[in-house]
Design a protein around this ligand. Structure first.
Ligand SMILES: C[S@@+](CC[C@H](N)C(=O)[O-])C[C@H]1O[C@@H](n2cnc3c(N)ncnc32)[C@H](O)[C@@H]1O
Length: 402
């Protein structure tokens, strides 16, 4: 964007734009006097936003065809969106992680709006040998147009030795962008191994889910593991087995990891073996709902239930709530009296209060007394500006089940 032509001027309607004027980076089409067509404002073009009286608000990028017409990247009028600007943003994000994620070698370096970089996610994985690897997810046309800037800054100013582009999903479809999943630079080894809370964890950044690992859960695992430290544990929707592994490392003697992905379960096997805990692991490739229904006589000291997002958009809320309720009820029935459960939802549209209602209805349906012991959320490498409540998505509760 450093060499881009003059920015397209966008102006707020009188009385409109309360959100963006209050610090939120999004500008909706109905807040603008005019939304330029694609021949004037190409998807991702640099924009300058002015208020209804013509005063500078911020600069960023636009899209002629999406509900969110512009996203603000800087509020400084004289600030070009160049390599120095991006380096400063990345450095600031890193400094935050050095405190909130001290000692971690895998963390989310850039959490889009949470770090003032809407449209960009960067997950970072450092190896014991000193290599720095990243998986980058670009969700908007604006950052798609800045891919070479992102790569140059990461390689030249942060010595990132390996990069993978992992840009796919619904956000890109809305922007009219095809998926882009490819090795960017550096040695293209199929699996990467990082230290996760003292245990080596191997994953596949290219063909695995999301950016390869779910980096939003590490603090919840750290806090809840002592309550999962005995007897039999079921890790439902286990992916590569990190919850189950945390339980086994804390002392659980049998762990069943259930997931529908064979590849993920194979990696779970590898990860337990790397900690010398392969004898405690059973993997089951199955639909979790079917598996729970097929095990009427089995009970566990702890059950972890971390499903994919059931609510992907507003029209899915009612069905999603029903699905969470039914699943959590099934999971709670599998916990022995006095045992524990971890119940999670990564649906951003399911707010914490409604999540609490779902847990309480599931408890009633299961006929169990459920008591909340700890409430968790996304790890601090996923920061949430108070203006941007959309950045907050994860609920993760540790409960006891009577
Ligand atoms: C949110 S991720 C779980 C992340 C994991 N618990 C962790 O902490 O890394 C969801 C997982 O559920 C699996 N999955 C999705 N739907 C499933 C289903 N109906 N039955 C079994 N597994 C499913 C996916 O393969 C994926 O590994």
């Amino acid at each position: 964007m450093a060499d881009s032509p003059d920015p397209i001027l966008l102006q707020l309607k009188t009385g409109a734009g309360r959100r963006v004027l209050g610090g939120h980076p999004w500008v909706f089409s109905n807040e603008l006097l005019v939304v330029p067509k694609a021949d004037v404002m190409a998807p991702g073009a640099q924009i300058e936003l002015r208020d209804s009286r013509g005063r500078f608000v911020g600069r960023g990028y636009g899209h002629p065809n999406t509900l969110i017409t512009a996203r603000i990247l800087s509020r400084r009028e004289t600030q070009p969106l160049d390599a120095d600007w991006l380096e400063r943003r990345l450095r600031k994000a890193l400094e935050l992680r050095e405190v909130t994620c001290a000692g971690r070698s895998a963390f989310r370096w850039v959490h889009a709006e949470g770090d003032g970089l809407p449209g960009l996610i960067i997950d970072r994985f450092d190896s014991a040998e000193g290599g720095r690897s990243v998986v980058i997810q670009v969700n908007t046309a604006g950052f798609e147009g800045m891919r070479s800037l992102v790569e140059d800054v990461l390689r030249e100013r942060f010595d990132v030795t390996r990069g993978i582009w992992k840009s796919s999903g619904r956000g890109r479809q809305l922007e009219g962008l095809p998926d882009h999943v490819a090795v960017g630079w550096g040695e293209p080894s199929p699996t990467w191994t990082v230290d996760d809370e003292g245990a080596p964890v191997t994953f596949d950044p290219l063909t695995g889910q999301k950016t390869g690992l779910f980096l939003d859960m590490w603090l919840n695992r750290r806090r809840f593991a002592p309550s999962l430290a005995q007897g039999r544990v079921a890790d439902l929707f286990s992916y590569v087995g990190q919850w189950g592994l945390a339980a086994a490392r804390a002392g659980a003697t049998e762990v069943v990891c259930v997931d529908r992905s064979r590849d993920a379960l194979d990696l779970a096997g590898l990860n337990f073996a790397a900690s010398g805990l392969q004898d405690r692991l059973e993997t089951v490739r199955a639909d979790v709902g079917d598996w729970l229904e097929s095990q009427p006589d089995r009970s566990f000291d702890a059950v972890i239930c971390d499903p994919p997002a059931f609510i992907q958009g507003r029209k899915h809320v009612a069905n999603g709530l029903r699905a969470y309720r039914a699943l959590f009820a099934l999971a709670l029935r599998k916990v022995r009296p006095g045992g524990h459960a971890v119940l999670a939802s990564c649906s951003g549209l399911l707010f914490e209060d409604a999540f609490g209602d779902v847990v309480s209805e599931a408890a009633r349906k299961a006929g169990r007394m459920v008591t909340v012991l700890m409430r968790g959320e996304q790890a601090p490498c996923h920061p949430v500006p108070v203006q941007v409540t959309e950045s907050r998505y994860l609920k993760c509760w540790l409960v006891s089940v009577g």
